[in-house]
Design a protein around this ligand. Sequence first.
Ligand code: GLN
Length: 216
Amino acid sequence: MVGATLGRPRIGVLSIQGAFAEHARVLERVGADPVDVRAPSDLDGLDAIVLPGGESTTLGLVAEESGLLDALRARLADGLPALGTCAGMIVLARGVTEGAQPLLGGMDIVVRRNAFGRQARSFETLLDVSGVSDAGEGPVDAVFIRAPWIEEWGPGVEILAEHAGHGVAARQGDLLVTAFHPELSGEHRFHEWLVARARSRRERGDERRERHVGAQ
Ligand code: GLN
């Protein structure tokens, strides 16, 4: 495969709008090959995907128009690991508290958009994130920009961090979401988690292929 480095997972970054270039840079730093995703065919051969921040209505509408939303929904149902930040978290949610907009779903959460109100539209804070900040490197430098929070969640969802009494990071299986922007503060642990999930998915795929070949 031209350009693919052995052992580096291929991780897609939805590159329609918003903070996608920053995610690609962090992914490179933590050992992955980032791939721009703009059309359904860009999903071929990916080991994981990042859904970046931006404007979730625009992201959803543009992705719906190109067929990318349906294609991505199918890949997520097939177990593709994903990291969604801010608008990416909204797009991964099964619902929003107000209005209607195209969503991928996949994660059993309902989010409130622009939840922190006018006074606190953008802010930066140190945050304890379960499984991340307790692993040795300390709290997460979390940048919130017109961020959502998690208003409802199902039994399969683990809330990993709270701010002002509301969930701002969560995990459900191989899906991880943050209301803040780890890619803007030099934070790399969320992307490392995604790379680890991508590697283990790739290994499971290799095993399946070997079993299949062995059975012939
Ligand atoms: N407020 C945006 C939305 O609702 C999200 C902001 C962001 O991604 N930084 O889509």
